[in-house]
Design a protein around this ligand. Sequence first.
Ligand SMILES: [Ca+2]
Length: 155
Amino acid sequence: MQGSDGIKAQCTASSELNVTYPATNAWNGLDVGNSPGSAECWICNTDNYPDGSDRCWLQWNFGTDKTITAFRMGSRDHTTIPFPKDIKLLGSATGVFGGEETELATGQNADVARDTWAAWHSVDSPQAFQYYRIVMTTGWNMVNYVCVQEVEFCE
Ligand SMILES: [Ca+2]
C-alpha cells in the first residue's frame, strides 16, 4: 500500500523543512527507482531532527481502520542521505498519540545507498488502527535533518 495523488494528504509530519519537502512527498507513490529527483522526499525542520526522543515523526490518517503487517522506508535520491536509523511504528484509534497509542514495532534501517528501499519491518501482533505514526529516534549521516523518499505499508 503506497500513496498516490488521491490519498497523499493522509500523510503529515512533525515538521516540514519548507514547501519543497512536504510530508506528502513521503506518500505520493513516487518511490525508489522512479523518483523525479532529489526534491522528491520529505525533510524535517533543522530543529526537529531525530535526537533520541519521539519528537520527529511521519503520521498517517487512513480514514478507516487498517491492519498494518509490515512497512519499509526508501532513501532520498541524493548524494547526501540523512536517513532514519532507529524507528518505531505506533498505532492509535484517535490520532492523539498522547499515551493512548500502541507500540506495534521497533526496528533499525540500514545505512542504505541513495534511492534504495531499506528492509521491511514486520509487525508481530498486527491490530486495526485508523492512525499510524513512524517515530524516528536516530538517523544515519545526520547533522540536523532527516529525509524519507517514500514509505510503503502492507496490510
Ligand atoms: Ca515520494
